[in-house]
Design a protein around this ligand. Structure first.
Ligand SMILES: [Zn+2]
Length: 299
């Protein structure tokens, strides 16, 4: 009898505890920021995040899904992140060639009333996602991000339009810097690790020679490596490019076999947390890239 009573009390206490915990949990589902009236935007990887931030300023919340310092090719979303996206107002990705997982989610998100912006739509050719490295295509990308956002958030259209104008102007200046670089350089060959530089190379008349294909995870054949060594030796290549954070074993081999010096170029696929905190952005990194390119192209 006594035991049964004790058990009953225990069950009652447990029930109360659980319902309190349940209430707390329910209350925590929507973070406080949700109530500040701003729309919530999720982007997949860095250039989309940076451009979106530059367009919306403080008038909307922007969160990047792929963590700082993580390489976005072949990235897999965690189940928690996949669930998080559902409280977004807008979801921005580049295209199937960069984030196949996002392309798969798009229809489902749209059916739940989330505005999905495919920022590289109509701009990506030959399944090569790296359009943001070409300032002219990057400006088109920014415009399509802007158009998508204002179709959901009309209230702030004037602010966003002004910010887009500034962003476009800076991209035009970058375009001019590339033109200057290419027209003044003796050399045209750029040896890179993965093939991220095809769009700017084509626009400004440079010749990209890449060790691997569009994704850094690919492995080149021995034959390909031999051809690259011959190319570097035959064309007097003094500098070859690696990407920060990339496993540069292949670049090291090429450098050893040809005597070429290794320089870094940042394809802006991901910035490290400390770089973001130090105030680095698309434009500051592109400026450094241009300096490295100047060196390699024979200034
Ligand atoms: Zn890439």
């Amino acid at each position: 009898m006594k035991i049964a009573k004790a058990l009953l009390v225990f069950v009652v206490i447990l029930t109360i505890l659980f319902s309190v915990a349940g209430c707390l949990q329910k209350g925590q589902v929507s973070p406080v920021e949700d109530d500040d009236g701003r729309i919530r935007i999720y982007t997949t990887f860095y250039p989309l995040y940076d451009f979106t931030k530059k367009i919306v300023g403080e008038s909307a919340q922007v969160e990047n899904l792929i963590p700082a310092g993580v390489e976005p090719h072949d990235f897999e979303l965690s189940p928690k992140q996949a669930a998080d996206i559902h409280d977004a107002d807008i979801f921005i990705y580049l295209g199937e060639s960069m984030e196949p997982w996002a392309a798969k989610m798009a229809e489902n998100l749209e059916s739940q009333g989330i505005k999905v912006i495919e920022a590289g739509k109509g701009l990506i050719e030959n399944d090569d996602p790296h359009i943001w490295l070409d300032p002219v295509l990057a400006a088109e990308m920014a415009k399509s991000i802007f158009n998508g956002i204002v179709s959901t958030d009309k209230e702030n259209e004037a602010i966003y339009r002004e910010n887009l104008k500034n962003l476009t102007k800076k991209l035009e200046e970058l375009d001019n810097a590339f033109k200057e670089l290419a027209s003044g350089s003796e050399r045209k060959d750029l040896v890179t690790s993965h093939a991220f530089f095809d769009y700017p190379a084509r626009r400004y008349g440079l010749n990209q020679v890449a060790i691997t294909g569009l994704s850094p995870q690919e492995e080149p054949s021995l034959q390909k490596m031999r051809e690259l060594v011959e190319f570097c030796q035959g064309n007097g290549i003094k500098y070859i490019f690696t990407v920060p954070g990339e496993n540069s074993k292949l670049i090291d081999v090429l450098s050893r076999d040809t005597g070429a010096e290794v320089l870094e170029i940042n394809p802006l696929e991901s910035l490290k947390q400390e770089e973001i905190q130090a105030g680095e952005d698309y434009f500051s990194v592109m400026e450094k890239n241009i300096e490295a390119l100047k060196k390699a192209l024979g200034y």
